[in-house]
Design a binder for this molecule. Structure first.
Ligand code: SF4
Length: 79
């Protein structure tokens, strides 16, 4: 279950990601990109990786939500 996020502070608003994967990356009125909080369809994953790799500001992160959850969902029991 891959999702994307954009570091808004790093984004320069070039729009490359939105042109590559329209519907996952969008440009807000403030000129910055954001990623919808949705699972990236399998057919778009390679395009999303290109957007991440070619983003001129390195502002895009792709992550596996399930794996991320596994790190934060289980509190460490104090002994
Ligand atoms: S490609 Fe990178 S810098 Fe350009 S709009 Fe997308 S996130 Fe922002």
């Amino acid at each position: 279950m891959m999702k994307a996020k954009v570091d808004i502070a790093a984004c320069n608003g070039c729009g490359f990601c939105a042109r590559m994967v329209n519907g996952i990356f969008l440009i807000r009125d403030n000129g910055k990109a954001f990623a919808l909080n949705v699972e990236i369809p399998v057919d778009y994953i390679e395009l999303a990786k290109v957007a991440r790799d070619e983003c001129p500001r390195g502002a895009i992160t792709l992550y596996d939500e399930k794996r991320l959850r596994s790190y934060v969902s289980y509190p460490i029991e104090q002994v």
